[in-house]
Design a protein around this ligand. Structure first.
Ligand SMILES: [Cu+2]
Length: 555
């Protein structure tokens, strides 16, 4: 760790940005640039030792690519896989047999308009259910946990994939079991493709698994036998569980080899609680890149940025032009230093004191939540500068493509003068997170909205709180404005306080301590009858500790 603070870094970014549409870029100062160089040099040194080839989606096995039309059954099973080299790790997985091959956690491929018709059978000893994260489906198929599948039982999913092209994902959603089951392996990707998607792949000559690479970011802790360790203390059940090892596609310390061309990375933060500040770095400085899409698909235009946060549940679609890189050096995908703003214990907001040993404990100084410092988490602190993956550059065929100026026809966020519905995020001081003062009760619909209504919601996070990535089931939405953002967030923001991801259609919005974020939701859908969904924090431990509400869309 360097002593370098986020302000130094933030003061120095943006000097490398090419396009003019970057929100919040600031002029570099020479002193800050030196500190940034030192931080990034440390990250690159860490990445130089990475020796494990990145796990990529293949034609079978773990993350095997599987067209949605080629399977009708998925089983939730206990199995073993090799996560750390030479070790067998007990693991939970979605298992599919198709065409004589076995898939674990298949990367499902669909065309917009395709049907998902699959029977899920629960072969583990706990209730579970699959939630199709980001898809707009009726509440039964959403798998929101209001009904679950008991051990030995099955559930049939049957719906049409109506959403825009994007990388969605699927994971368990049985309340009481979500963080453990997701942590032990239940999560994978679902790609929906439409004409915009096909056009982009053609324009940039992209191939999934080769020049278009999904990256699932997760943090995990292992015991001496190579088993996943998930044993949150009371404080961690409230604050969130952080693993000390960073995995990309279940590969620790990974590297890949790619040509000097435009490479597309489709990034999912599949961690329970960890946030990342993503950047591509080389030679002590960040390389700029293009944000092409968010949770709900492509932006209207690519946005040139140097870095962005990604919170649990969120996805980013990025284009990196490696012709801008020095061919003699590797590029590193990094998570840069940031203040995780865990302010729930009342220490001063805005101090980047993540290196203090109490930061991993969470809840310190707060009545009813015991402080807990896990020495084994010393390397697992959120906000530390870390290397995620090394990207080695190789000679490649002549490549002269350019990032297109227009990606999609995503309309601007709808204006709405109606007074917003307020969603106040907080906690009760005794270990539960709350929305509007309420702890989640699955039996109670905390609010109802009318089908077809267009609403603004104002999500207000308390000053003494933690960042909360708030996920809405059933509908994607747009961000209208951010107010009261803490300094390091505001420094990345453009007009109306909006961050780069706020330019897209999203299903999960990150709300920092002290922030009020206004979102616009269109509750139009084709489903008949009342529909019940949930709205919750995607820090999985926060949702389990109460930060979820049930809502009804009235027919
Ligand atoms: Cu939260």
């Amino acid at each position: 760790m360097t002593t370098f603070t986020r302000r130094h870094f933030l003061g120095s970014i943006g000097a490398l940005g090419a396009a003019g549409s970057v929100p919040g870029v600031l002029a570099a100062s020479p002193g800050a640039a030196g500190a940034m160089t030192a931080e990034i040099a440390g990250i690159e040194k860490e990445a130089a030792g990475f020796t494990n080839p990145l796990r990529l989606p293949g034609s079978s096995g773990l993350f095997g690519v599987l067209p949605v039309s080629e399977f009708r059954e998925v089983q939730v099973v206990r199995t073993e896989i090799e996560v750390l080299p030479g070790r067998r790790t007990p693991f939970l997985a979605y298992a599919v047999e198709s065409g004589g091959k076995t898939f674990l956690n298949p990367a499902i491929l669909a065309r917009r308009g395709d049907d998902m018709r699959v029977r899920m059978t629960n072969r583990i000893d706990e209730p579970t259910v699959i939630h199709w994260h980001g898809l707009s489906v009726d509440s039964r198929n959403d798998g929101n946990g209001l009904s679950v599948v008991l051990p030995g039982r099955s559930m049939d999913y049957n719906f049409t994939l109506r959403d825009r092209s994007s990388m969605y994902w699927y994971h368990p959603h049985a309340h009481g079991f979500i963080p453990q089951q997701a942590y032990h392996g239940l999560a994978s990707l679902l790609f929906v493709e439409d004409d915009d998607e096909v056009a982009l792949r053609k324009e940039l000559d992209l191939a999934l698994g080769e020049t278009e690479i999904p990256l699932v970011l997760q943090d995990r802790e292992f015991d001496a036998q190579g088993r996943l360790r998930y044993a949150p203390t009371t404080a961690q059940s409230f604050g969130g569980w952080l693993g000390d090892r960073l995995l990309v596609n279940l590969t620790e310390r990974p590297f890949i080899q790619v040509g000097r061309r435009i490479v597309r990375f489709r990034v999912l933060n599949g961690s329970n609680a960890r946030n990342y500040r993503l950047a591509f770095v080389q030679g002590g400085r960040p390389l700029g890149f293009f944000l092409a899409g968010t949770d709900g698909g492509l932006l209207a235009q690519p946005l040139r940025i140097d870095q962005t946060f990604i919170a649990p549940g969120q996805r980013l679609d990025v284009l990196v032009d490696l012709r801008e890189a020095d061919p003699a050096l590797p590029v590193t995908l990094a998570s840069l230093t940031f203040d995780p703003m865990h302010n729930e214990g009342g220490h001063d907001q805005g101090h980047a004191n993540h290196a203090a040993p109490t930061m991993a404990g969470m809840g310190h100084g707060q009545q009813g939540v015991a402080p807990a410092v896990e020495p084994s988490h010393a390397m697992g602190m959120e906000g530390d500068a870390r290397a995620l993956m090394r990207i080695d550059l190789k000679q490649s065929a002549r490549y002269e493509r350019r990032v297109p100026a227009v990606l999609s026809s995503l309309p601007a966020a709808p204006a709405n003068a109606n007074p917003p519905r307020r969603m106040q995020l907080g906690h009760n001081g005794t270990g539960n997170w709350t929305i509007n003062g309420q702890i989640f009760d699955p039996k109670v619909a905390a609010l109802s909205v009318q089908r077809g209504a267009r609403e603004n919601w104002l999500i207000e996070n308390a000053e003494r709180s933690m960042p909360h990535p708030m996920h809405l089931h059933g509908f994607l939405f747009r961000v209208i404005e951010r107010l009261g953002s803490p300094t390091p967030v505001r420094e990345l923001a453009g007009a109306r306080g909006l961050l780069p991801q706020d330019q897209g259609l999203i299903d999960t919005v990150h709300v920092w301590p002290g922030e009020s974020v206004r979102i616009a939701i269109d509750f139009t859908h084709p489903n008949v009858g009342d529909q019940d969904y949930v709205f919750h924090c995607h820090t999985l431990e926060h949702a389990e500790a109460g930060m979820m509400l049930r809502y009804t869309v009235k027919a």
